[in-house]
Ligand binder design. Structure first.
Ligand code: ZN
Length: 53
């Protein structure tokens, strides 16, 4: 089941698997939210995810 995260900045991060979603979210945080780098765990990221319809 594909998942997505609606980031607070308005960007939508998608992944086909949990691993892809976590990788995409980490990349987004590195690029756009450097203050959050190292503060979000895999569990935090997955907790924010919604299943894509
Ligand atoms: Zn963002």
């Amino acid at each position: 089941m594909a998942k997505l995260i609606n980031c607070e900045c308005g960007q939508v991060v998608r992944g086909k698997t949990d691993d892809e979603l976590v990788a995409a979210a980490s990349e987004h945080v590195n690029r756009d939210h450097p203050e959050l780098v190292g503060k979000l765990t895999r569990d935090d990221i997955l907790a924010m995810a919604e299943e894509e319809e």
